[in-house]
Design a protein around this ligand. Structure first.
Ligand SMILES: *Cc1c(COP(=O)(O)O)cnc(C)c1O
Length: 366
């Protein structure tokens, strides 16, 4: 079952909204026991592995709703700017809906897996000589005449779809976590998580009305909200600098954003939840990506690892009290960016196709 069907009464859909779905959502919540075991500071750490959505990232949650609403409205095509995963989701859902899609991506700064997705689904892929922020500005200008539906996270339906991740976490854990950590790029997802936790607990959050589009079910099924922790890559950390930056740089291309679309919303989330922002450098991000893969069998993309890297860093500062339950959103799958994974791992051994040679090699390890 897709998430619109599952959470229909909590989403802005009408009885005649055509549902465009790839059965997204319902992703695993995995406890990271091995990873946290060596740390003195004892917490219960979980990963919500959003890389297991149909196109390999959480963007599918927003896209099922955004594309469904675009089809309801009768538009012929969707358009977005993207660092990769938004376009991967947009083109897949557009293909499913039988409408055209246009994507603007930064030339040369997109992970290989994501580029292959944009190309595979029959979208018009436009590589611009500029970064995500330039692409976003152009999309807003081009989308103004109403012929094309913009499916970036300025589209409120994206946030409504993405808020369902919080509903699932409460259902899977059976309670509300104390902390929720996630990577922050455009800050749509941190906003959506807070909307979800707020709606689940029957509490209002300060931007709900501006994002809200329809009267939707508000009956609470939880009693509290977590503290929200937003983590950025050090070279692309406008929230840490407290101002937008013009040349963001990081290996975590999904969060290589200097001018976040949901800037005000994200500050409100941090204030209302009593949370904070922090940053990790590229080396910390890649080490944590590797740690997740080696100790837990979970392969996420670099941007996702910043959530776990940030929590491990903040454990050292004692900001997260022992015994707390902390959930990290792992936003995208590691296969999105195979170049990084290969560059950061030991090279395969080259040996003859010979039993003795291989036996000798194995002996060196056990
Ligand atoms: C889009 C994306 C992010 C950033 O989410 P925002 O809503 O832009 O803050 C983080 N990680 C991955 C893998 C993404 O695709």
């Amino acid at each position: 079952m897709g998430l619109i069907e599952k959470y229909r009464d909590r989403l802005p859909v009408l009885s005649n909204t055509p549902i465009v779905s790839l059965e997204e959502g319902d992703t695993p919540l995995v406890e990271l026991k091995n990873l946290i075991q060596p740390f003195k500071h004892k917490i219960k750490l979980y990963a919500k592995f959003e890389g297991l959505n149909p196109t390999g990232s959480f963007k599918d949650r927003g896209m099922t709703l955004a594309v469904s609403k675009a089809v309801e409205k009768g538009v012929k095509a969707v358009i977005c700017a993207s660092t990769g995963n938004t376009s991967a989701a947009a083109v897949a859902y557009a293909a499913r809906a039988g409408i055209a899609s246009f994507v603007l991506i930064p030339s040369g700064k997109i992970a290989l897996g994501k580029l292959s997705q944009a190309m595979m689904h029959g979208a018009v892929v436009i590589q611009i000589e500029g970064n995500f922020d330039d692409g976003m500005r152009l999309v807003e200008e081009i989308g103004q005449n109403g012929e094309l539906e913009i499916v970036n996270s300025v589209n409120p339906f994206r946030l409504h779809g993405q808020k369902t991740v919080s509903f699932e976490i409460i259902e899977q854990l059976g309670y509300v976590p104390d902390f929720h950590a996630l990577p922050v790029g455009n800050a749509g997802n941190i906003t959506a998580h807070w909307m979800g936790y707020s709606e689940a607990s029957g509490k209002s959050c300060c931007f709900q009305e501006s994002v809200g589009c329809y009267e939707i079910e508000k009956k609470p099924f939880s009693n509290d909200r977590p503290t929200i922790l937003g983590y950025q890559a050090a070279g692309a950390a406008p929230f840490m600098r407290r101002e937008k930056i013009s040349n963001p740089e990081t290996v975590a291309t999904a969060i290589r954003i200097g001018s976040p679309v949901s800037w005000d919303y994200a500050w409100n989330v941090i204030r209302e939840s009593g949370g904070w922002f922090n940053e990790c450098n590229d080396e910390e991000i890649l080490q944590t990506q590797k740690l997740l893969a080696k100790t837990e069998g979970i392969f996420c993309e670099p941007a996702s690892a910043v959530a776990v890297a940030g929590v491990l860093k903040d454990l050292g500062n004692d900001k997260i009290s022992p015994g707390s339950t902390v959930v990290c959103t792992l936003t995208g799958h590691g296969l999105k960016d195979p170049d990084i994974a290969i560059a950061r791992s030991d090279k395969p051994h080259s040996v003859a196709a010979n039993r003795e040679e291989i036996a000798k090699l194995i002996k060196g390890y056990i």
